[in-house]
Write a new protein. Structure first.
Lengths: 260, 222
């Protein structure tokens, strides 16, 4: 195993700035290197720029300043002079994302949801894609749901399907944006277990979550983001167990309801 | 109430009413075929980013939505031939007038449905590596078409009833035949009751179909 210092980072973010409007600055200068196999969990108060960071990485948002390289290739670049953002869509295809609201397509069955992108954007043969889809569904305990529509599934089942759909494209990095926030409490575990399963296979992932126990369990590294910057960055034991920064301590004491 | 209904008096006219119904159905089907296809194209123009396309399209929609259908029909029959020196047979004129009206209403139904497709689907489509055209073709259009379907069907039934207006320009549809039968039999109340029942018998099942589509759509959207 090569040391992480000598191998090129999987994601390399430099000088990232993003505003939704001149008065709403959500990301105010982020520099970040993430290595293959990292399970990076981003925590922090709402409006701190966590979800925006993930959306930018997925190429869903324009940026104002900075650049992002992925797997050693230039990926996203801000052209400050012209106020434009260039996104390399080829590079983008190696990143997958799961959203808070499942976003399964309601007019397609579960298996059709899974094979749409492989067949249409990659030209995979339908029968081959279907076999792979059924393998995923079996692995996630959803084999019997293959031919039903998303409306017939529970929130937890929908979210597991959404994860399988993203995995169908063999991403090198998976982004999870508050994937359990819309779920009833009793359904959270089944989704987190699936993510744990992927962690065991060393899939690189970046996770935004409000579930601190899950964060502690799954993270190989934790970022505390607030006010559009990275306030603290380190292993979970340190950031969540013995935070150096006052803002991190304050945030953690509030979410864990520990009297200060 | 002293009036005595005598439906036997109009029994002999059923064949004539049936001929009228065929004309009405012909007008309805033709107007719907045009309205469903051109309405879609018009909706795309109304949402176009080029103002040169957007403006005339919006004007067309608003003109046909904001004037009475009966005036549109009269206008088609008398003004179009005079102004543009175009002479078409009455049936074609009737179809065109109704089709333009329906096209405008359907364009609105399509536009509303397309704009109501959740933004999340766009994000999901991008995250799955689908390009712009693929997202429109496989996600936006099927979702929007399903959402619009109940309104499209209900607009279609609406135009079935609006066809009665072409009777004033002497197209021999169900309404026109009813009027003739009423005059000839001296039994207007019975005649128009029968005519109304015929309109109802055709519309009702279709309107039930629209409700079914709506129910199904709402069930799938959950």
């Amino acid at each position: 195993m090569m040391s992480t210092n000598t191998s090129a980072p999987l994601v390399s973010i430099r000088g990232l700035h993003k505003a939704y409007s001149p008065t709403v600055q959500v990301i105010k200068g982020i520099d970040l290197d993430m290595h293959a196999g990292d399970r990076l969990v981003v925590i922090g108060p709402s409006g701190g720029g966590k979800s925006t960071l993930l959306r930018v990485l997925m190429g869903l948002e324009t940026i104002d300043k900075g650049s992002i390289a992925f797997d050693g290739q230039p990926y996203i670049q801000a052209d400050e002079a012209r106020g434009k953002t260039s996104i390399d869509t080829k590079v983008r295809n190696s990143i997958g994302m799961v959203f808070q609201n499942y976003t399964l397509f309601p007019h397609l069955t579960i298996v059709e949801n899974l094979i749409l992108a492989p067949c249409k954007s990659r030209g995979e043969k339908e029968s081959v894609a279907k076999d792979r889809a059924l393998t995923f569904l079996t692995r996630f305990g959803l084999r019997d749901k293959a031919t039903v529509y998303p409306s017939q599934l529970s929130g937890g089942q929908k979210q597991r399907v959404a994860i399988a759909r993203a995995l169908m494209l063999d991403p090198k990095l998976m982004l999870f944006d508050e994937v359990t926030s819309a779920l009833d409490p009793e359904l959270v575990a089944e989704v987190e277990q699936v993510i744990q399963q992927l962690a065991l296979q060393n899939l690189s992932m970046m996770i935004v979550t409000h579930d601190m126990w899950f964060a502690k369990n799954i993270a190989s590294r934790v970022l505390f983001c607030a006010g559009g910057t990275i306030v603290e960055d380190g292993p979970p034991e340190q950031v969540m167990g013995a935070p150096r920064e006052e803002r991190t301590r304050e945030f953690l004491s509030r979410v864990f309801h520990i009297g200060a | 109430m002293t009036y005595t209904f005598d439906f036997m008096a109009v029994r002999h006219g059923l064949g004539v009413l049936f001929d009228g119904l065929l004309v009405t159905l012909e007008l309805t089907v033709a107007a719907n075929v045009i309205g469903l296809t051109f309405g879609f194209g018009l909706a795309l123009l109304v949402m176009h980013r080029w103002a040169v396309l957007r403006w005339p399209a919006s004007l067309f929609v608003e003109f046909f939505r904001c004037t009475p259908a009966i005036i549109q029909i009269v206008w088609f029959f008398y003004c179009v031939p005079m102004l543009f020196d175009v002479y078409l047979d009455a049936m074609t004129m009737g179809i065109l007038a109704l089709a333009c009206n329906l096209t405008a209403f359907n364009a609105e139904a399509y536009r509303a449905a397309i704009q109501a497709v959740p933004r999340d689907y766009r994000d999901a489509g991008i995250a799955l590596g689908l390009n712009g055209w693929q997202r429109i073709r496989y996600i936006v259009l099927p979702t929007a078409f399903r959402a619009a379907l109940p309104v499209l069907v209900s607009n279609g039934i609406g135009i079935f009833q609006q066809t009665a207006l072409v009777a004033i320009v002497a197209l021999q549809d169900l309404m026109y035949m009813g009027k003739s039968l009423a005059t000839e039999s001296y039994r207007p109340i019975e005649t128009f009751t029968v005519v109304a029942l015929i309109y109802f018998a055709v519309s009702f099942p279709v309107s039930q179909l629209a409700s079914w589509f709506e129910h199904r759509r709402d069930r799938l959207a959950r």
